[in-house]
Design a protein around this ligand. Structure first.
Ligand SMILES: Nc1ncnc2c1ncn2[C@@H]1O[C@H](COP(=O)(O)OP(=O)(O)O)[C@@H](O)[C@H]1O
Ligand SMILES: [Mg+2]
Length: 461
């Protein structure tokens, strides 16, 4: 049977181990960088908030000096000497500043582009003298004159520490990622090792050692279940293979007897060629070849049914079929008495040849075992099933053998009847054909004490 592949076409397989490792490493890398980014942002924001708070305090202090007219250059520098302060008067020129920006003649920013109010300080980021700063601006009215106070805090320190952190991160992240990938590769490999062990075990099982089983891991995980499923599959394969072997050996055994009889008859005949009764020999040989022909045809039917014979489904009139099978039986056994007084109509769906074989096999057995008569009856469908019953008044089949008779090569007859019987395949064929038609067959006791075979088949819709 061709290999079945899920999906449109097989893809080049990258080992699961590599795929899982790559994917998990990617997730780790993304998390690492996203985490670092969030951390840096939080650090930046909290530092800027701190700067703004200090700048406001400083701006208000300078405003107080402006109000009392004491704002002169150099304005006193605070503890943080990097802080830069300017006071801009109403004409837009620098009125006072801290010593560190004493030589700057222009305001930090254009007061028209960044208007500030007297009510509250405005804070924003800007570039002053090519350096990134945080600005805080607030206006103050002294009489009619409007002054603006700017406090600029350089962000150089903050930017430097962020850059340093980034450099560190870039230096260690390849190590972290390589370590993570290696650890994942090992862990995934360990987790998948049982699968590989299982694969190797299964691979080592040849058709001749179907009795072998794979080791089931103690843990009940996917691999454990896979192992158990494999073993169940091996059970079924072994059963099928044993069944085939038994079938083949039984079949050969059955064929050997008629072949041996034929050969012996002919050898003995030839050794005494003059005195041999040749017509009698021919009759005996003919009888054996009939037996073989029947056996071979039965074997073929069973082999075909083992491969899942699909019955053509047409409407079959069971009553007609029984009548014609009985007519055939009467033609070969002219003295047989077959009672058809309870043969009513019944229609089923299926293969007429196979259904005829079922009826013929049952009638053949019944005639062979009956003392005086056989009765075939057909009851009209009740709860959707047609019932066919074949009774005889022979010795019957004792309850302990009623299941076994449907198995292949089962014969219960004593040696007297055996010569006239077949290889014990008739009822096995009946059982399989009935099953293929979704029906059932069983043995019971006929009212006369003989055997009663009951076949039930689904009624044709
Ligand atoms: N109507 C019957 N009465 C008694 N025994 C029967 C009857 N039909 C079948 N059997 C028993 O069941 C065995 C199996 O039957 P079957 O499968 O038809 O094989 P075969 O006819 O080749 O012997 C027979 O050998 C016989 O012992
Ligand atoms: Mg038979």
């Amino acid at each position: 049977m061709p290999e079945r592949v899920v999906g449109s076409r097989p893809r080049l397989g990258v080992a699961v181990r590599v795929r899982v490792t790559a994917l998990a490493s990617l997730v780790v890398a993304v998390s690492l960088f996203a985490g670092a980014w969030l951390f840096l942002r939080a650090m930046h924001n909290s530092r800027v908030a701190e700067i703004d708070r200090d700048a406001r305090v400083r701006a208000n202090a300078v405003i107080e000096t402006v109000k009392v007219g004491l704002a002169h250059t150099p304005l006193p520098s605070a503890r943080d000497s990097s802080l830069m302060v300017q006071v801009i008067n109403s004409s837009g020129t620098v009125a006072a500043s801290t010593a560190n920006v004493m030589d700057m003649n222009d305001p930090f920013v254009n007061p028209v582009r960044y208007p500030v109010a007297t009510s509250g300080a405005r804070v924003w980021s800007a570039v002053v003298d090519h350096a990134r700063v945080r600005l805080c601006g607030k206006a103050v009215m002294t009489g009619d004159a409007r002054s603006v106070v700017y406090v600029a805090t350089p962000l150089t320190d903050l930017d430097d520490s962020i850059a340093a952190f980034r450099r560190q991160l870039l230096r260690i992240s390849p190590l972290v990622l390589a370590g993570t990938a290696a650890a994942l590769y090992l862990v995934v490999g360990r987790a998948l090792r049982p699968v590989d062990v299982l694969r190797q075990e299964v691979e080592a099982i040849e058709p001749k050692d179907l009795h072998r089983r794979v080791t089931v891991p103690r843990v009940d995980d996917e691999v454990g279940r896979l192992a158990r499923t494999m073993n169940a599959l091996l059970d079924r394969l072994q059963a099928a293979s044993d069944g085939q072997a038994r079938f083949l050996s039984d079949a050969s055994h059955e064929l050997r007897t008629p072949l041996a009889v034929t050969r012996t008859r002919l050898e003995v005949g030839l050794r005494h060629a003059d005195t041999t009764d040749w017509p009698a020999t021919a009759t005996a040989v003919l009888e054996q070849s009939r037996r073989m022909e029947r056996l071979v045809s039965e074997l073929l039917t069973l082999v075909r049914s083992d491969r899942g014979l699909v019955a053509p489904s047409i409407d079959v009139d069971l009553e007609d079929l029984v009548r014609s099978a009985v007519a055939d039986a009467r033609a070969t056994n002219p003295r047989s008495v077959i009672d058809l007084s309870h043969l009513l109509a019944g229609r089923v769906h299926g293969d007429p040849d196979q259904l005829r074989r079922v009826v013929a096999n049952l009638i053949d057995n019944a005639l062979r075992h009956a003392h005086s008569m056989v009765a075939v009856s057909l009851t009209p469908p009740s709860n959707g099933r047609v019932r066919l019953v074949v009774d005889d008044d022979g010795p019957g089949i004792s309850p302990e053998h009623r299941e076994r008779v449907f198995q292949r090569f089962t014969r219960l007859d004593d040696s007297r009847a055996r010569t006239s019987g077949g290889a014990g395949l008739g009822l096995a064929i009946v059982a399989e054909l009935v099953l293929a038609h979704h029906g059932t067959v069983r043995v019971d006791e006929a009212p006369s004490g003989g055997a009663r075979f009951i076949v039930e088949l689904p009624e044709a819709p």
